[in-house]
Ligand binder design. Structure first.
Ligand SMILES: [Cu+2]
Length: 249
């Protein structure tokens, strides 16, 4: 159902959806069972002609068991959720697979700057392609991103990836994703970051190898600044910025 509402476009999207499903089914099962039992008891022990509604103290062995057995079963369900969450968390957030390419993402009030590696496939070189609110990636490649913020806390959210990562001023946070489906999708800021937070959106373009290579070739900067910019207000580390970004801003 989640896939029907929001497609899965990353290698780990199905794992995240599995956790949502697991929690929904387990909580839903106990919710229906508990309320069903609750209303059954209300009906069963209600007041009738010549008989008062029964008051149960819950002190007999049988009554205690009716509480304790479901209690322990729910703890088992909790443990299952924790185990599966730990496995998925380790895969998505702890393990950092060897990337095919790297991307630098800079959040600011209220836009996203994306620095693509360019034709040489290396980030931080003169042929990097910088774009505002536009991220281009190739399907099937593993990407490591370096996420920064220049002002307040933001959150890099790509719903089709089931990816959400806070951007924290003063830190460079690494993460990864592997797109598995071509298309054009939303990127959102998922952290209240000021008056224009609601319109801090961008687009991700997941392209096949041919389209992506053509995009890189067509957009690689011809004139670049040779000296890394040291201005800490916009660029937190010593990566170069091309002229295209200045035009875009
Ligand atoms: Cu934001």
């Amino acid at each position: 159902m989640l896939e029907y509402l929001v497609p899965r476009a990353s290698s780990y999207a199905a794992d995240i959806d599995f956790l949502f499903d697991l929690i929904t089914y387990l909580v839903g099962f106990w919710f229906i069972l508990t309320l069903g039992y609750f209303f059954y008891l209300i009906f069963r022990y209600r007041a009738k002609d010549g008989q008062k509604a029964e008051y149960i103290t819950g002190e007999t062995h049988k009554q205690k068991m009716a509480i304790e057995i479901p209690h322990y079963l729910i703890l088992v369900c909790d443990a299952a959720i924790i185990v599966f969450t730990f496995i998925v968390w380790t895969d998505v957030k702890i393990t950092q697979p060897e990337p095919d390419e790297e991307i630098r993402i800079v959040a600011q009030q209220w836009a996203w700057s994306f620095y693509h590696a360019g034709p040489d496939g290396l980030l931080g070189t003169d042929d990097d392609i910088a774009r505002v609110d536009e991220l281009h990636v190739e399907v099937g490649k593993t990407y490591r991103f370096h996420l920064e913020s220049t002002d307040v806390m933001h959150s890099f959210s790509v719903p089709v990836f089931r990816l959400k990562q806070d951007a924290v001023p003063g830190r460079v946070i690494q993460g990864w994703f592997k797109p598995i489906k071509t298309g054009e999708w939303d990127i959102q800021c998922a952290e209240m970051c000021g008056v224009a937070h609601g319109i801090m959106a961008a687009r991700i373009f997941i392209e096949d190898a041919e389209t992506h290579t053509a995009w890189v070739a067509a957009n690689a900067p011809t004139m670049v600044a040779n000296t890394p910019i040291q201005d800490g207000s916009m660029i937190a580390s010593n990566l170069s910025i091309d002229l295209q970004l200045k035009e875009d801003i």
